[in-house]
Design a protein around this ligand. Sequence first.
Ligand code: ATP
Ligand code: MP5
Length: 284
Amino acid sequence: MKLLPPAPLGQTPVRAMTIAGTDSGGGAGVAADLRTMALAGVHGCVAVTAVTVQNTLGVSGVHTIPPETVAGQIRTVVTDIGIGAAKTGMLATGAIIDAIVDVAAEVGIGRDRPIPLVVDPVCASMHGHQLLATEAMDSLRERLIPIATVVTPNLDEVALITGITVVDQDSQRAAAIELHSMGAQWALVKGGHLRSSPFSPDLLYDGETFLELDHERIDTPHDHGAGDTLASAMCCALAHGLSVPDALRFAKDWVTESIRWSYPLGAGHGPVNPLWRVSEPLPD
Ligand SMILES: Nc1ncnc2c1ncn2[C@@H]1O[C@H](COP(=O)(O)OP(=O)(O)OP(=O)(O)O)[C@@H](O)[C@H]1O
Ligand SMILES: Cc1ncc(COP(=O)(O)O)c(N)n1
């Protein structure tokens, strides 16, 4: 697989920002994003949107951050440190989405602006706990998706956002067309939940061309944070100046290896593991 160049020691590295929630279990959200960014040689900056009370079995509480504090974190980083790309994950409420969209216009984040934006439209945890309020769907559809350089829903999110149930390649294509027509520059319909398939086919569409990457499906219950890891890896690649298709090629290889080397944790779903990038097997 192709890797991004490592950060040069002692020099300012490429920077990116995650705008997402925290997971106290360290499996998903900001923790997953920062692991991938560090291992992909990118300095990760953070705008926290919500603190979740979460372990490998589920989410038992959510504390949201005031929208102006979310916007402030973005503004203060972009105007000082500067970033090459940003990604959103759990955004919790419509007011937080609106604040992000407003500050994104101010500081130049989004499609057709200097800083590309990966929108991972997280609606629920893998355990089924709602992470985006129902009232926020209009802001997601009408304000955030139209400024996405690429939007990366899983199949449950596709159904919530577009009403399309993806069961095969035709319906996956129909969903990508619908998401693109909502204003995203590129739509990526992830196939991780197509569990009947021996592959895990992700489909990317820009209004003209479909790119399908159907890597092997790995049989494991430990895939917590896979979506965050894919979106963060794409964000890193975009920050390095890669095109969206090349960013997906990099990120798909990255997440597949991270799922291959995921590990058990707690009594539930363990996290995917981008540490394969630097870990050596123990000697015999
Ligand atoms: N078992 C698997 N084997 C290989 N790749 C997978 C597997 N499950 C998911 N993927 C890949 O991982 C990425 C995330 O996919 P998925 O559709 O599961 O998104 P998600 O639901 O947002 O992720 P998660 O909820 O696990 O954080 C995609 O590239 C998908 O194809
Ligand atoms: C803070 C936060 N962000 C995102 C997810 C989604 O990840 P998953 O679908 O693996 O539960 C999560 N559970 N928690």
